[in-house]
Structures are given as C-alpha cells and as structure tokens.
Design a binder for this molecule. Structure first.
Ligand code: MGD
Ligand code: MGD
Ligand code: MO
Length: 762
C-alpha cells in the first residue's frame, strides 16, 4: 500500500495566514460572513428572501444540521453555516452539457474539492461509458433504461449496493429502502455507518432505543451540560443559543475536547446585535483538554468517584437497571496512574468534574464525532450512559442523553428503514404493509461494501446523495475498489469527486435540493424530516428549481423502481403523484407514524415515541437499562508515534468545501495543514510552515502521504489534527470501531518526517 502521489484530493492553496484562535463565536463576523457568502452566490434580493424561509413553519428545514428548531421561532432561525449551506444550494445550474464538453473527466479529477463545488448546480442527467473521456448528456428515460437493465442483469441482487447520505427526506428514504428490499437486498450502507453508528449501537444495547432522550426544553432546566467531542460553534451553531439560554438559567457547562474550540469559550448571539446588546456569554465553565482517546478513562474515573461518594440514585438503580454491582466492582481497582496518563488530565481536575456532576440534579450529555469515530466508540458512549444511570439522569426534565446528529435528516433515514442491518420486526412490518416478502440477511455497511467492491463481490453502486469517495477512508484504496464496478450512479445536486472516479459506466442524476419547489401531478409537495430530538416536521422548498431538468428524489426512485421491479406490489409512480400517498404507506409500514399526514401538519410536527424519555421505560430484552463493563482501550503510543484526528474546518460541509479559511481557529488559505503541539515541533526540529510527510500505521500496513504544512496549535502533546476529507487518504480502511464498524477517523496512528522538496534534495 501507499503511493507518494499526495493522494487523490488535489488542494487549493492561497497564502497560508495564521492568527490567534478566536475566543468568541457568532456575533457580527458570523452575520457578515454568511451574508457575504449568500450574496456572492445568490444576489441580494434572493438572499434575503431565501434566508427568511429557513426553519420557518411554512419554509424549508435547514439542510445544514439536525439541531431542532425552538417552538417560538424568530425570523432569523439559521446560523452562519446554515446560510452557507442554503446559498450553496441556490447556485446557478452551470454544470451542464457545455461544462462537461469543456472539461474531460481527467481534467476535472485534477481540480480541488473547492473548485468542483464552486462551479454551480448540476443541470441535467449525464452519462459516461468505459473509455470515454467526457460525460455526455442523456435523457431521464434512457438513464433509467440503462440502470434497470444493469440491475436486472446482475447474477444476484446482493451484487448491488445502495448508499444514502443523510439529507434525503423521509418520503424518499422510505421509497428507496422499499425498492431496494423488493429488488432483493439489504445492501444499504449509509453515512451513519461513518458517523453516529457507535451512538446507535451503544444506546440500543443499554437503553433500548438508538436515539437521544432529551428535547430542547430540557436544556432550560438542566443543572449541568456536558459537551463531549463536539465542536458546536462550527458544526451546530444554533446549539450555542440553547447553551446560552441554559447558562442564563443557571446551568454549568463542561466541555471535554483536546481543542478549546471557539464557540464554547464565548458566544454572542447574532440577534443580540440587532437588539444592540453587545455582551457575550462565557459558555463553558470547565474545559477538560483531554488527550485524543482518553474519554473512557475519564468517565470511568468520574463514575468511580460518584459511586464512592454514595450520591447515586439507589431507587432508579434498583428498579430500572441491571449490572450495577458488577459495574461497581469493575471500577474498584481502577488505576489512577493510568487514568491520568491516558487522559492527560490531573486527578484534581477529574475530581472537580465529578464533584460538579454528583451535586447536579439533572445532567445532559451531548456528544458527536469525538466519541463515535474511535475503536472503542461504542464502549466509550456506554461509559457516558453509565454516568446517567448512576444518577437516574434519563427520562426526567433537564436530564438525558443527546447524541448530536450531523446530516439534517440522518436520524429520519434510519427510522424509515435505511439500514443494512434491519431488525426482524421492522421487516415483518414492511412485509405486512407492502404485502410482499423481503430479504432478512443483513447487507454491507460502508466499510464492508468497499471491501466487497475490492473482491468484486459488488458490481453496482447507487448513491442517493453524498460523496462516497471523499467521505470514506483510504481514498486511494477506495477509489481502486470503486473503479472495479460495472456501474456507478449518483443522484446529486453538486459536482464532487465521486463523479470523477470512474466505474465502467457512470451516471449523474441531478435532483432538486431541500430549498426548491417540488411540483408533482397533484401540485406542490412538501417533504418531512426528523430532527436530532425525534421531532418529525414538514419542509417545503420555496425557490424556483435551478434547472427545469432536475427531478425530485422520490420521483427518481419511483421511476427506477418501475423500470426495474418485475411485479411490484405498489405503484411507485402513482405514490409520487401526491406525497400524502407515500406518507399513508409509511403509516402502514413503520411503527410510530400512525396518522402521519394529519399529525405532521400540526404546527410543530409530532414527537416519535421514545420510551426512555417518555416514561423511563427501556425496551431491552429484560425491560431494564444496562450498566456496561468495558476494559479501557489501549491508547499507548511509542516514542515516534503521534495520534491524528481528522476534523472539520469552519468553511466546509463535510466534503463540500465553501472556502479555504478556518476562521475560528485562525488558520486561513490552506487546508493541507497539520496542527501540532509547539513542544512536539521543538522536539522534532520542525518550524512553523515546514512541510512534513505523514505515514499512518495500522496492523503492520502503512500509508504514506507527502507535503503537509505544519502549524503550531494548542493541542495535547503527541496529538495532531488535520482536515477531513484531505486526510482521508491516511485513514486505514481496516481500522474500525468494535461492533459499529465505524472508521476510526479520530484515531489514526502516524509517524511524521520532514519533507524535502526535489530542489532541497539536489
Ligand atoms: N458547518 C458544518 N456543520 C456540520 C458539518 C460540517 O461539515 N460543517 N457536518 C455535519 C455532520 S455530518 C456531523 S456528523 C457533525 C459533526 O460535528 P462534530 O463532531 O462537532 O465534527 P468534527 O469536526 O468531526 O469534530 C469533532 C470534535 O471532536 C473533538 N475530538 C476529536 N477526538 C476526540 C477525542 O478523542 N475525545 C474528545 N473528547 N474529543 C475529540 C475534536 O477536537 C472536534 O472538536 O456536524 C454536522 N454539521
Ligand atoms: N476522515 C473523516 N471522514 C469522515 C468524517 C470525519 O470526521 N473524518 N465524517 C464522516 C461523517 S460524520 C459523515 S456524515 C460522512 C458524510 O458523507 P456524505 O454524506 O457522503 O458526504 P457529503 O459531503 O455530506 O455529501 C456531499 C454531496 O451530497 C450531494 N448533495 C447535497 N445535497 C443533496 C440533496 O439534497 N440530495 C442529493 N441527492 N444530494 C445532495 C452533493 O452532490 C454533495 O457533493 O463523512 C464521514 N467521513
Ligand atoms: Mo455525520
């Protein structure tokens, strides 16, 4: 393995400038930044009109993230990054047949992600066959004919895989999984596999539901809120409003993160500027600068202190939980020296955190990728669950678990069946609702799908959104695997790298985005989505579609199903004439969606059932919540090794790069950078802006990547950080979390050496 091409992600560079990381998030710079972004892309009038519809009751759900909307909304219910996401979708459809005639696929592959995205919306369906240098236009009809012919010709339905990225509506996701299962496979890998899969696994096994247990109102009455492995200032900016309100109501906030992360230091609400209130709120009371991977040790230590203090909820533990005695026993001999070594945090600091927690009447724990993308992703989240079980901090006002989801409907996608490992109950209900039989054998998740492509067990990949090549690990290896496929189909809004790594035949099908009007035979349609807190509500696009040749995702799936399935028991195209019919079918097939059409039209939508949150009930095998006992992970590094986390900058949405600046961290103009502790730099004799090579190591294999620019950053020693997706070439495909199989994108063991340019070597 390993080549020295610098990987498959060409980078854009302007001049790298460095400044001090910001201490205050949002405020006027954020308002300005979003205004500039949207106005550049949309023009002033369209910007104002569009941004006023974001997250309003009659408008569309922000495609930015899954954070819920408050019941009493302001006219300004979006954030800087939501505005960027909206503006990005509202671009002109310049990526048309002329564009593809001008640039060959090879030329496009040489462009950066930033350049690709900034070309505009894709205007019409495109096709390329093996050996062709350029994409050619194709009619929708011919596109479906080609795809269905391929699907019908495969020797088994299991030779095909169907990926989903989490922006898809409930209506599209439901139809999609119904089609795929009627076709005959559960090969439904999705972005969750790389995201919150560890959360789902940890929560199902302990509290009986794979979702969080709090609502927005709980933030107002919580005593203490933990924010663990998450950067809300950049990735969930509207969460800062909830944290500020919580703080004003007296909550303490504890931030556990190797980095300080701007939003959690100080926060100014953009709206306060409108009211001329210039004060900012200090958000986190305690910041624990944990070493990457140290969280399990931290939580075991905290839980041990809580148990030994005797301040536990004995009644809850006795009546509602299992395995407490074993858990207590497992912590008896916890090794403090190991704890302080693994966490990089002193015993005094840990005791301070534990003290605050054991005196809190209600605790909320929020987390994101800093916990899930680790080898012990499931186990470490179970340790957070243990904390909540000790104090009965679940299913009461102000208390509960809060995995903060990423993509705006990723949670809804799972609820309506996007899962390669469906439960028998789910399939039973689908079979009854659709009067058909469906496969039960579990399918491939993302990592297994890539390996199956490598082995030529898969021949066909359909992607409903997303950017498979750039989001997945080990870019070179994954690209090689994908190029072995007979056909790749991408339903997309914007051009991305996945369109440029060629399978034998390739199709790009351009679709409507969340912000655009969707008209079907019966008239204008809305879709529905589920936010991070289990509320299902409507979303209705208001903008004129970027091109007349775009189609809605439900329409695309329906046409494909009609062209492919022999004798479907439902008339897919008829369902799409009026999305109410799709929702009626969901009512019949998926638990919790009774009277869907009626309930989703209520003012704030409706809550899906959530037994732990609603009644402190746990839908596990024995009806009890489970304490989990997990050994600490091995986080030892040798003298030469570093551990790298791959994180998001402030100017990107996953693989969509809006710009080259990471404003809050003070890093501008270059994304191929490596953040390093200044003491480590001194030890290695590396100066600011020196170029280095990075080699990642896993199970005896190495991956080499050259020329990364080092910058000093406040990060624990021997920890380094680089940006996703540039660093994905270094994430080993084999390195995944136990049980959830999520790539360990926050734990990449690597070594670092000086890079000498050809000139220097001479
Ligand atoms: N603007 C914008 N919004 C987004 C996205 C985007 O790209 N841009 N992406 C969306 C998606 S899909 C998702 S999943 C979310 C992602 O939201 P986040 O999870 O906030 O995203 P990351 O940048 O991956 O940040 C992970 C954080 O975990 C910390 N961390 C890393 N390793 C560890 C560790 O071992 N322990 C602890 N305690 N912390 C650690 C990092 O320092 C970083 O602050 O955001 C969603 N929202
Ligand atoms: N190293 C590393 N890798 C990671 C992560 C990490 O932290 N580090 N994070 C992981 C996480 S949390 C996630 S969720 C995945 C994200 O993986 P994906 O969801 O696959 O990636 P995105 O970048 O969100 O997808 C962007 C593309 O989606 C398309 N798109 C946008 N809107 C729409 C729409 O409305 N409909 C359709 N059909 N297409 C649309 C556009 O063409 C755009 O180019 O990446 C994962 N990969
Ligand atoms: Mo995600």
């Amino acid at each position: 393995m390993g080549d020295d091409s610098g990987g498959l992600t060409p980078v854009d560079k302007s001049r790298l400038t460095l400044s001090k990381a910001k201490s205050t998030a949002a405020g006027i710079p954020a308002v300005l930044s979003s205004a500039v972004h949207s106005m550049k892309k949309m023009g002033v009038a369209k910007s104002v009109k569009t941004l006023r519809m974001v997250n309003q009751k009659a408008g569309f759900d922000c495609p930015g993230c899954a954070w819920p909307d408050p019941e009493h909304r302001s006219s300004f219910e979006f954030c800087e990054n939501g505005a960027k996401a909206v503006a990005d979708e509202a671009m002109k459809a310049n990526v048309d047949r002329n564009f593809f005639a001008k640039y060959s696929i090879a030329e496009l592959a040489g462009k950066s992600d930033y350049w690709l995205n900034s070309q505009g919306r894709i205007a019409e369906p495109m096709y390329s066959n093996k050996g062709q240098s350029h994409y050619q236009p194709i009619s929708w009809e011919d596109a479906f004919a080609k795809i269905s012919e391929k699907l019908r010709s495969l020797s088994s339905p299991h030779k095909a895989a169907f990926y989903t990225s989490g922006r898809t509506s409930n209506e599209a996701a439901f139809l999609y999984q119904a089609f795929v299962r009627m076709y005959g496979t559960n090969n439904l890998p999705d972005c969750s596999n790389m995201c919150h899969e560890s959360s789902g696994m940890a929560l199902i096994s302990t509290i009986g539901i794979g979702k969080g247990t709090v609502s927005l109102a709980d933030f107002n009455v919580a005593d203490t809120i933990l924010v663990i492995g998450q950067n809300p200032g950049t990735n969930h900016p509207r969460m800062l409003t909830a944290l500020r309100d919580a703080k004003e109501n007296g909550a303490n906030i504890i931030h556990i993160n190797p980095l300080t992360e701007t939003g959690l230091v100080r926060f100014k609400h953009p709206q306060d500027y409108m009211k001329l209130n210039f004060s900012s709120t200090k958000l986190s009371d305690i910041h624990i600068p944990i070493k990457i991977g140290g969280d399990a040790a931290l939580f075991q230590a905290v839980n041990k202190i809580i148990i030994e203090s005797g301040k536990i909820d004995e009644k809850f533990i006795k009546n509602k939980t299992k395995n407490y005695a074993q858990y207590q026993e497992s912590l008896r001999n916890l090794d403090w020296q190991r704890v302080t070594q693994d966490t990089g945090v002193s015993r005094v600091e840990i005791e301070e955190v534990a003290e605050l927690l054991l005196n809190s009447k209600s605790i909320i724990s929020c987390w994101a990728m800093g916990l899930t993308q680790h080898k012990n992703g499931v186990a470490v989240i179970q340790e957070v669950v243990n904390l909540h079980l000790l104090g009965g901090h679940i299913g009461r006002p102000g208390a509960g678990l809060c995995p903060v989801r990423g993509h705006s409907n990723v949670q809804g996608n799972r609820t309506v069946g996007i899962w390669e490992a469906p439960s028998n109950t789910f399939i039973d209900d689908m079979e009854i609702g659709l009067q058909t039989s469906m496969p039960r054998k579990h399918g491939f998740d993302v990592v297994r799908a890539i390996k199956a492509m490598e082995q030529e067990e898969l021949e066909f990949l359909f992607c409903l959104g997303g950017n498979f090549i750039s989001a997945t690990p080990e870019t070179n290896r994954t690209s090689n695997a994908v190029s072995k496929l007979a056909m790749g189909v991408h339903v997309s809004t914007k051009l991305n790298r996945s369109h440029l790594v060629q399978s034998d035949e390739m199709l790009i099908l351009p679709c409507l985005g969340r912000t655009e009007q969707d008209r079907q035979k019966s008239g204008g349609q809305f879709v529905t989505v589920e936010n991070s807190m289990g509320v299902v509500h409507t979303s209705k696009g208001t903008l004129k579609p970027a091109s007349a040749n775009l189609r809605s995702e439900p329409w695309i799936i329906a046409q494909l199903a009609a062209a492919t399935l022999e004798e479907p028991t439902v008339d897919f195209p008829l369902l799409v004439e009026n999305y109410d019919s799709i929702r009626d079918l969901i009512s019949k097939c998926v638990a919790g969606f009774e009277n869907y059409n009626q309930r989703v039209r209520q003012e704030n939508g409706f809550n899906l059932p959530n037994p732990p949150k609603d009644n402190q009930e746990f839908d596990t095998v024995d009806g009890l919540a489970h304490f989990s006992i997990n050994p600490l992970p091995d986080v030892n590094l040798t003298d030469e090794q570093f551990v790298m986390m791959t994180i998001r900058s402030h100017d990107q949405y996953n693989t969509t790069i809006y710009g080259l600046d990471d404003r809050y961290r003070g890093i501008k103009g270059n994304r191929r950078i490596l953040m390093m502790n200044p003491d480590d730099m001194l030890e290695l004799g590396i100066k600011t802006r020196d170029a280095v090579n990075i080699t990642s190591h896993y199970a005896g294999n190495t991956i080499f990547s050259k020329e990364w620019t080092v910058i000093p950053y406040k990060i624990p020693k021997r920890n380094v950080a680089a940006y996703f997706p540039e660093a994905n070439e270094l994430v080993p495909l084999e390195s995944t979390a136990d049980t959830s199989n999520t790539p360990t994108s926050k734990w990449i063991i690597c070594t670092i050496s000086r890079y000498y340019s050809a000139l220097e070597e001479e």
